[in-house]
Design a protein around this ligand. Structure first.
Ligand SMILES: [Cu+2]
Length: 132
């Protein structure tokens, strides 16, 4: 029984090495495994990157978002038009122009409170960021 274990272990090691040597032929589990295994901070998926504001159809989604102080908030513009996420009072935050398809981040204010914001290009667009 015991004598068989080293042989099996060695087989596993050999298989792993062969696998590493021929990366292309070793995907095994189906597409996407390479991208998820490679750390890419600038393209981190929304679920792990923290709070997210999506701009679509000239509206902020979600319209109201609550985050912790100083949280990095990601903004994705899925419209064809350029938008901004700009606090209406005190310049608490301002993404500047976010062009179509662009993703930017801004830092939520350190002080708890309600921070309404607009798009300065289309001031009828309203959103609210709550820090607490
Ligand atoms: Cu806009």
């Amino acid at each position: 029984m015991l004598a068989l274990l080293p042989a099996r272990a060695r087989t596993a090691v050999v298989a792993t090495v062969a696998c590493a040597a021929a990366l292309a032929g070793c995907s095994g589990g189906g597409g996407g495994s390479t991208s998820s295994a490679t750390p890419s901070p600038s393209k981190a998926s929304p679920s792990t990157a923290g709070p997210l504001i999506t701009i679509k159809d000239f509206a902020f989604h979600p319209a109201a978002l609550t985050v912790a102080p100083g949280t990095k908030v990601t903004v994705i513009n899925k419209d064809a038009a350029t938008h901004t996420v700009t606090a209406t009072a005190g310049k608490a935050f301002d993404t500047g122009e976010v062009k179509s398809g662009q993703t930017v981040t801004f830092e939520a204010p350190a002080r708890p409170g309600a921070y309404p914001y607009i798009c300065t290009i289309h001031p009828t667009m309203h959103g609210s960021l709550t820090v607490r």
